[in-house]
Design a protein around this ligand. Structure first.
Ligand SMILES: NC(=O)c1ccc[n+]([C@@H]2O[C@H](COP(=O)([O-])OP(=O)(O)OC[C@H]3O[C@@H](n4cnc5c(N)ncnc54)[C@H](O)[C@@H]3O)[C@@H](O)[C@H]2O)c1
Length: 336
């Protein structure tokens, strides 16, 4: 399969590596408005470089387009890629608004192309193991959960490019960083029914929020508390999800939510839970999420399957972020 990347900044490198590490995948083309940024891809991978996205789409040999531009440009590029019959892997957030997202999803359906959203944390071994625990109902009825992203992104991070920290093209800690964790929370807890959130811009000179605290009531009746920030001194402090059920409590955590920090479940003996903990410790990253997304897309195309993380999954995560923003603006709970 021939892949093409649009937007050759920070995250594009991970996409290129993931493509090159995947059997049957080839990085055929790259596109950026800044020609120098494409040089490494021409030299290392022999990719063809384009400054005009539509020109690249006219190349019939390209099967899949990976959208790695600032978030505010995802929708326009994805819609155009679908029109040219290209399958799409779009970075998170799928887009900045639900209207844009619906246009992407409908465009993909209309043109019969696959659409996958990059929420790579789902492929972390510890995240998959927690999903398995919940799917097997080992925790029984879940009462509540706690989702924490207390990280550091200094002013220099936001000053790297004018789009960063803006409401139109990036959003704040919820839209950019915590959306990964909100996606996991939805995966674990199901449909949200109501959200109440407060946010602030406390320490960074940006338009969007650098601190957010919110609560969710899920359709199941369970509650969640979400706490997210990029203001923590001097480095990432905690990324975690804790689920409290009638028969157990499980916390995945550490600075990057890679390990079990607590695992106590009725009927699961210490030897078994100890093995789960040590297996994850031995290989916390597993196969990188971006690589799994590339592999999954190839399989979805070859076997006509839904990608593991669909456009609808991306929409659900964005809808939750949007509800947080709406609630904070109104200073009222909002129904989903
Ligand atoms: N999944 C993850 O873990 C993860 C991590 C980081 C970033 N991201 C997402 O990836 C996206 C890009 O982030 P980044 O940090 O790589 O940004 P970046 O600023 O480093 O790179 C973006 C690139 O896109 C190019 N570009 C902008 N508009 C374009 C257009 N219309 N056509 C062609 N090129 C264009 C810019 O010149 C730039 O080189 C964002 O949506 C971000 O949220 C995801």
């Amino acid at each position: 399969m021939n892949f093409a990347i649009v937007g050759c900044g920070f995250i594009a490198k991970k996409h290129a590596q993931a493509i090159m590490n995947t059997e049957g995948a080839n990085l055929a083309a790259v596109c950026d408005r800044v020609p120098e940024l494409m040089e490494p891809y021409i030299e290392e991978y022999g990719a063809t470089a384009y400054t005009d996205f539509e020109e690249m789409l006219k190349d019939d040999s390209i099967d899949i387009v990976n959208i790695c531009t600032p978030s505010g440009a995802h929708a326009f590029l994805a819609e155009l890629a679908a029109k040219y019959g290209k399958h799409i892997i779009v970075e998170k957030p799928i887009a900045m608004t639900l209207e844009e997202t619906d246009r992407i999803i409908n465009g993909a359906k209309l043109n019969n192309v696959k659409l996958a959203v990059v929420h790579p944390n789902r492929f972390r071994p510890v995240a998959m193991k927690l999903k398995e625990i919940l799917d097997q109902n080992l925790l029984g009825k879940v009462s509540h959960s706690l989702c924490v992203v207390n990280w550091n992104r200094g002013q220099e991070y936001y000053d790297q490019a004018p789009w960063r920290g803006t409401k139109e093209h990036d959003g704040g800690v919820l839209m950019n960083q915590a959306i990964h964790n909100l996606d996991l929370l939805l995966w674990y807890m199901g449909e949200p029914a109501e959200v109440f959130s407060m946010e602030a811009t406390r320490l960074r000179d940006i338009e969007a929020e650098d601190v957010s605290t919110g609560i969710i009531r899920f359709e199941s009746g369970a509650l969640a508390t979400v706490q997210a920030s990029t203001t923590v001194y001097p480095k990432n402090y905690e990324e975690s999800i804790t689920i409290f059920g009638e028969k157990g409590t499980v916390k995945i955590g550490g600075p990057n939510a890679l390990y079990f920090e607590h695992l106590l479940i009725e009927g699961i003996d210490e030897e078994t839970s100890g093995k789960w903990i040590s297996d994850i410790k031995a290989d916390p990253w597993g196969t990188p999420g971006h690589e799994q997304i590339i592999k999954d897309m190839i399989q979805a195309i070859n076997e006509n399957l839904r990608p593991a993380v669909t456009g609808e999954d991306g929409r659900n995560a964005l809808a939750l972020v949007s509800s947080f923003y709406k609630s904070a603006k109104k200073n009222q709970p909002v129904k989903r």
